[in-house]
Write a protein that binds this ligand. Structure first.
Ligand code: PMM
Length: 267
């Protein structure tokens, strides 16, 4: 899954694709580089970010979704808003990526059910402005799994077919750097839920902190090698997809993982 952020303020690509034509070009490049699907979002979810008005989010997202879908690409819409998801689906999106897992606007789950499209249920506690004040867990892995399961149950209760649910541990959302690593170290707890697993570590701050080795973290766009390492690991661990900003490096990484998995299966 390749990322197209139509935002002026995303941490990872800092407004580079805010302009519609550049966002569409970015989506095409991601597909050429090996992305199977393109995730279009119009609201930054970096820690501390304020909400974007709904009309502005619509203005950013819908034309980019339409153009990429019309060109034959598989598009997902990254939004927590029902109206944005609805308009994006009308414009040709085929999947809803709701980082709140239906918690921000519960009608999102009904929309996904009615449209019959897959929906990404990410582990989420609060909107970005305050999410880093909610990083307390009794038992991190067990709590994240339990809270995710609650939202999966809510999706099914709203009429979403279980086969249409993708889960995501929500790295960086109400998690500290150490907690992100702990969740990555326990991907088996998510794979064991027997639902497609999406891992979205790309360029995130905890990779920057690791690479900084106590000094200045590399810029987000200089974290793609580390991201590809996580992509290899995630694929080997049984993830369904990785959500990344640079498709080329991660497409190679998952090919390596697939080849290795073949080899391991032959033993
Ligand atoms: N992270 C971001 C945005 N959307 N969607 C899912 N499913 N999972 C994530 O972890 C996730 C997401 C924030 O990062 P960005 O600025 O790189 O888009």
């Amino acid at each position: 899954m390749g990322v197209v952020n139509v935002t002026p303020d995303s941490f990872s690509d800092g407004g580079r694709f805010f302009d519609h034509s550049r966002a569409i070009g970015r989506g095409r490049t991601l597909v050429e580089d090996g992305a199977d699907l393109v995730d279009v979002g119009g609201e930054s979810t970096r820690p501390g970010a304020d909400r974007v008005p709904e009309d502005e989010e619509l203005r950013r997202v819908v034309p980019v979704v339409r153009e990429l879908a019309d060109a034959g690409h598989v598009v997902s819409v990254d939004t927590t808003r029902v109206r944005v998801a609805e308009r994006a689906l009308e414009a040709g999106a085929q999947l809803v990526n709701d980082v709140s897992g239906g918690r921000a606007e519960p009608d999102m789950l009904r929309l996904a059910a009615d449209a019959g499209v897959p929906v990404v249920i990410m582990h989420w506690r609060q909107h970005s402005a305050s999410m880093q004040k909610h990083t307390d867990y009794d038992d991190l892995v067990a709590d994240v799994v339990a809270e995710l399961n609650q939202q999966v149950d809510a999706a099914v209760a709203a009429g979403v077919a279980l086969e249409q649910v993708v889960i995501d541990p929500g790295l960086g959302f109400s998690k500290t750097g150490a907690q992100n690593w702990e969740l990555l170290g326990h991907l088996d707890a998510f794979v064991d839920l027997d639902l497609p697993l999406l891992v979205a570590a790309s360029r995130k701050g905890f990779l920057g902190e690791l690479l900084a080795e106590g000094g200045t973290p590399p810029r987000p766009r200089d974290r793609d090698d580390a991201t590809a390492a996580i992509s290899t690991y995630s694929a080997l661990a049984g993830a369904w997809a990785v959500r990344v900003h640079d498709a080329k490096s991660s497409a190679s990484a998952v090919r390596v993982a697939a080849r290795l998995l073949d080899e391991l299966a032959a033993d």
